[in-house]
Design a protein around this ligand. Sequence first.
Ligand code: NAD
Length: 486
Amino acid sequence: MTTPTNQSVLRSKAYFAGEWRTTAQTFEVFHPGNGQSIGSVADCTADDARKAIDAAEIALKSWRKVNPNERGKILRKWNDLMFAHQEELARLMTLEMGKPITETRGEVAYAASFIEWCAEEAGRISGERISMRFNHKRGFTSMEPVGIVYAVTPWNFPAGMITRKVAPALAAGCVIIVKPAELSPMTALFLAELWLQAGGPADTFQVLPTNDAAGLTAPFMEDERVRKLTFTGSTAVGRLLYQQAAKTIKRVSLELGGHAPFLIFDDADPAKAAQEVIGSKFRNTGQTCICTNRVYVQRGIAEEFTRILTEKTAALKVGDPLADDTNIGPVVEQAGLDKIKAQVDDALSKGATATVGGKVKEGLYFEPTILTNVAPDSLILKQETFGPVAPVVIFDTEEEALRLANDSEFGLAAYAYTNDLSRAWRVAEALEYGIVGINDGGPTAVAPHVPFGGMKNSGVGREGGHWGLEEYLETKFIGMALNLEG
Ligand code: NAD
């Protein structure tokens, strides 16, 4: 397999303090499809972070005063530029982190949808008139930008996880500094370039790639001027940054790990349910936070459902992520592959059967896998897998299904398939998850206006819609006493 590295899509310089900058050190980015380097990027330091904060402070002074409607117009141009460069962005993401190209094209549209929604909403940011308990008093709320925002993002949606933060921050009048994942930093740099092309003022959106995430992050956490941390990534790192942010009492949004259960009841159509599981489980080769991680099927249709799921899984085309007909690409890195293999080996050693797949294929490729007879204490039923493997567990009653589904430290997304309307509501209300899909394995697909986020160890706050915008706004109360005598 070759890596057709189209130089024009690659990016290398960091953007901060008003300039595109090279740094003394650089680090390489590898294509997971074949392990070859596609290029190197600036490796920013704590000193660079301090310069970015100083520049952000200056940029904030004017950006917060730009009429929100004007801010919306620039965002709209940014959205249009995303589509003008859709193919290049898609190609770059596939090169950086191995997501199949048909999906990265979709990710550009997903990422842009947040920009478009925020472009429309910016001019609607306002406040309320509040009636007071004294006749001579007046009360108002004013929604004001939180200030300088520090964002840390993961590799699995190199564009979407950035625009979901940057678009509402900029619409609200905040300025934002992004530390992209070291595995996919070039897409973030491309996005910043398009923002500047759209007319975004200098230093409103800065991007500092680094190979030393903790070192670059430290100055942001200590600096009183940085008023918000927004993080998407693993629960372990989220917990660490939550503690660090406490020192300067920053506003915090955390979008963390998941372990989504998918419940399939006897009354469901097994073929339709299997199709939804395929979509939810295998997109991005199983590497999304809302990917189905556990399948629970009621005994009456378990055999038929598992047979269909196995057939559909066997039909998935594994291959070059740059090819248009590929369904399953490589996983992002060796550590990810090792984790998947360890979970599958653990389940098999405890008596599970792989009805399809079960092994490393080659390089960073893992065979799409369905496991049955999975022992309750198997790692795969507890830990996030982030790979193309679905364990199928049989249940008898609705109560049992809900108990199993809710027995998790995570609470991000959950799914259920049923034709019984009352059951659908009962289950939706009982699932302890921030996102519930009923007969829908992709409830948040291209939905920038819905709340996305988790309960329990899956996070704090929501992205998307007015919920996501409010994360970047302070509510100020303005009270006034009048002289009513004239
Ligand atoms: P990760 O936690 O390893 O890394 C995320 C980011 O944190 C990266 O930019 C990384 O460089 C940075 N980071 C790591 N250690 C740090 C430190 N000590 N200080 C500062 N920054 C640090 O996660 P990942 O492997 O990039 O992403 C996968 C995880 O993200 C999964 O758990 C997935 O469920 C989660 N995720 C959640 C959502 C959501 O919306 N809830 C969306 C996508 C991914």
